[in-house]
Write a protein that binds this ligand. Structure first.
Ligand code: G6P
Length: 365
C-alpha cells in the first residue's frame, strides 16, 4: 500500500510522531499478562554465555545501547561491532554464542555478510528486523519483528525506538532466564515499559520548544553530544541524526572521556548537548558538564524536572522530559534527539527525507 505523509511536512516528522503507537504494537506482540513470549522457536538464555551484536548505522547504535542492558540486567557479556568491520576481522565465535543482527531493511549487504559468517559458528542466529520477508529475517533461526511499519525517511527514527523496545524486552527475558531477576522485578520493569509510549507522547509535546532551540543550533558548525552509560550510546544516535539531515558536524563523546581530548574543541560557538536523566551517574555527568561550562561551552541540558532543579544553573538552555525508569531513558530521550535534528534540518532548508549522498538501504558493499 502507498504510504503518505499523513498531514506532516515530511515522512520523518510523521515517523517521529508515530513512535508511541508503533512501539505499543511492538510491545503488544511480545508482552502478555504472563510476561514475555517470543515467536517460535523461542530462545532460552539460561545456557547462553555471550552475545555478539552486529549492525550498521542507527541499528548499530541500538546494539550499543542494548549492550548495557544485556550486561547489567542479565550478566551476559556482549560484543558489538559494525558489520563492515566484523565481517573481515575473522572474529572467533566461542561456543555458547548467540549472534544477533539488527537491521531495519533486513537487506544491508555488510550485515547480511556478517550473518553468513556466523552461520556455522554461532549457536543461534537471531535478528531484529522491520521487514519480515527480508534476507536477514529469512536466514535467521529466530527473526524478531519490530513492527514499526514502513519507514520512508532515510534517517531512521521509529525503527530505532522499536528496535530498542524489542531489545530491552529480550534483555529482560535474558535476565529472567538467567535467574538474575525474579517475577516481581520483571513485572515492575514490564509495567514501566508499557508506560513508555505515554511518556513519549509527553516528550513529543515539547516540539515548539525544540523547534526554537533548533533555530539556534542551525547556526553552529560543530555540535557535541555527551552522555554516560546507555545515554552515551544514544548520544551517538543524536549526533548521527544531526549529521545525516542537517549536515552539521556532530560528535558523541562519553561524558567522562571529554577531558581526554575533545574538550579542546569547546568554546562559545560549540553547542554541547548533554543527555542526562537523573540516574545513578547523573552527578558525574553534571560535573563533566560543568567542566564544559567553565570553558565557555554552550550547554543544552536534556533532563527531567529533578535534574533541572539540581543542575540547570549556568546552562544555555534545558529541555525537560518526564521522569522515567533509567533503564528506559534511551528510548524516551531518542525523541528530543530526533526532533532537534529534524527541526535543525528544517531551519537549514535541507532535503530532510532524502539527504544528499545517503540511501535508505545499502544493499551493495
Ligand atoms: C543506511 C541508512 C541508515 C541505516 C543503515 C542500516 O545507511 O541510511 O539510516 O541505519 O543503512 O540500515 P538497516 O536497514 O540495516 O537498519
Amino acid at each position: 500500500a502507498q504510504v503518505d505523509k499523513g498531514g506532516h511536512k515530511h515522512f520523518m516528522a510523521k515517523e517521529i510522531a508515530e513512535q508511541p503507537t508503533v512501539l505499543t504494537s511492538a510491545l503488544n506482540y511480545y508482552l502478555d499478562e504472563t510476561g514475555i513470549t517470543l515467536p517460535d522457536p523461542g530462545l532460552d538464555f539460561a545456557r547462553i554465555e555471550r552475545l555478539t551484536m552486529v549492525a550498521c548505522g542507527t541499528a548499530y547504535f541500538a546494539c550499543l545501547t542494548a549492550k548495557y542492558w544485556f550486561e547489567q540486567l542479565a550478566g551476559i557479556p556482549v560484543e558489538v561491532d559494525v558489520a563492515s568491520e566484523f565481517r573481515y576481522r575473522e572474529p572467533p565465535i566461542a561456543p555458547g554464542t548467540v549472534a544477533l543482527f539488527v537491521s531495519q531493511s533486513g537487506e544491508t549487504a555488510d550485515t547480511l555478510a556478517a550473518l553468513r559468517y556466523c552461520r556455522d559458528k554461532a549457536d543461534r542466529i537471531v535478528s531484529v528486523v522491520n521487514v519480515a520477508e527480508s534476507s536477514i529475517a529469512r536466514e535467521s533461526d529466530l527473526p524478531l519483528p519490530i513492527l514499526a511499519g514502513a519507514e520512508i525517511g532515510v534517517a531512521s527514527t521509529k525503527a530505532f525506538t522499536c528496535q530498542l523496545g524489542v531489545l530491552i524486552t529480550l534483555a529482560l527475558k535474558a535476565a529472567r532466564d538467567k535467574g538474575r531477576i525474579d517475577d516481581t522485578e520483571l513485572a515492575t520493569h514490564l509495567t514501566a515499559l508499557r508506560g513508555l509510549p505515554g511518556l513519549m507522547n509527553i516528550a513529543l509535546d515539547q516540539a515548539d520548544r525544540t523547534r526554537a532551540l533548533a533555530r539556534k543550533l542551525a547556526e553552529a558548525r560543530d555540535i557535541l553530544f555527551l552522555g554516560r552509560g546507555p545515554m552515551y550510546a544514544l548520544a551517538h544516535e543524536g549526533a548521527l541524526k544531526l549529521k545525516e539531515i542537517s549536515y552539521i558536524h556532530a560528535e558523541a563523546y562519553a561524558s567522562g572521556e571529554l577531558k581526554h581530548g575533545p574538550i579542546a574543541l569547546v568554546d562559545k560557538t560549540v553547542p554541547v548537548i548533554v543527555m542526562a536523566p537523573t540516574d545513578a551517574l547523573f552527578d558525574k555527568t553534571v560535573s563533566n558538564m560543568q567542566e564544559v561550562m567553565a570553558r565557555g561551552g554552550k550547554v543544552l541540558l536534556i533532563t527531567d524536572r529533578k535534574g533541572a532543579d539540581q543542575a540547570a544553573e549556568g546552562v544555555w538552555n534545558t529541555l525537560i522530559l518526564p521522569e522515567v525508569d533509567p533503564l528506559l531513558a534511551p528510548i524516551l530521550y531518542a525523541i528530543p534527539a530526533q526532533q532537534l535534528a529534524y527541526f535543525t534540518a528544517v531551519a537549514k532548508g535541507t532535503d530532510v527525507d532524502q539527504p544528499r549522498n545517503l540511501a535508505k538501504s545499502v544493499t551493495v558493499e
